[in-house]
Design a protein around this ligand. Structure first.
Ligand code: DX5
Ligand code: ZN
Length: 219
């Protein structure tokens, strides 16, 4: 299994966004995690297509767009046009989740489904075969800089066991409160894509990315 660091730009300095994202990528972060919030599904507003599209010119990293948006279907084409490689939608926010995943795959992009801390894994029952990634929220979505909720470790372990039974290579991404202290345990539980905002962009970006990579179990 491949480990990937996905810096969340929510914690970056927006006056130097291109530069900070390039620094994280050069230090070994293969993804850029873009948190789109609508102020309705989550109690916060972040950024949208213009920011994603301008950042697209700054880096070749994989654009991992996390849609914290109620009924996101009408935005998916625009998110793709802005530069997304992978779009994750929330199971709780999509009335027709199966259809939404099909639309993302039909556009030639990778599709992810996110589950909030209180959402059971059974929400994946009839869609797991269709997704490339499951995002296990390790905080309640809406804000960076929160503390990881420990119940997520068991949830990740159960999901990894379930994925193994499918025989498919499905990524488990974790998002919220990921830092040098939690990343190793999250990996041992079965996660392999690690979103980190505060832990990447506060302080020295290169050192932070290297420390996160060094805290992962040896392959
Ligand atoms: C939370 C967002 C996260 C957030 C993570 O709603 O989905 O991606 O930016 O931030 P940290 O790593 O600071 O907890
Ligand atoms: Zn996120």
């Amino acid at each position: 299994m491949k480990y990937t660091i996905a810096p969340s730009i929510l914690a970056a300095d927006f006056t130097k966004l291109g530069e900070e994202v390039r620094r994280a990528a050069d230090a070994g972060a293969a993804y850029v995690h873009l948190d789109v919030m609508d102020g309705a599904y989550v109690p916060n507003i972040s950024f949208g297509m213009p920011v994603i599209a301008s950042l697209r010119k700054a880096t070749d990293a994989v654009f991992d767009v996390h849609m914290m948006v109620r009924e996101p279907d009408h935005l998916l084409e625009a998110v793709k046009a802005a530069g997304a490689d992978l779009i994750t939608v929330h199971a709780e926010a999509c009335t027709h989740l199966h259809r939404t995943i099909g639309v993302i795959k039909g556009m030639g992009l990778k599709a992810g489904v996110a589950l909030n801390p209180a959402t059971p894994l059974s929400a994946l029952d009839y869609v797991l075969d269709d997704v490339d990634m499951v995002l296990i929220m390790t905080v309640n979505p809406g804000f960076g800089g929160q503390k990881l909720i420990p119940a997520c470790y068991e949830k990740i372990r159960e999901l990894r066991a379930r994925i193994e039974k499918t025989g498919r290579d499905i990524d488990i991404e974790v998002d919220g409160g990921v830092d040098v202290n939690s990343i190793g345990r999250l990996a041992e539980a079965g996660a392999n894509v690690f979103v980190a905002g505060t832990a990447v962009f506060r302080g020295n970006i290169e050192e932070n990315v290297q420390k996160l990579l060094a805290a992962l179990p040896k392959m």
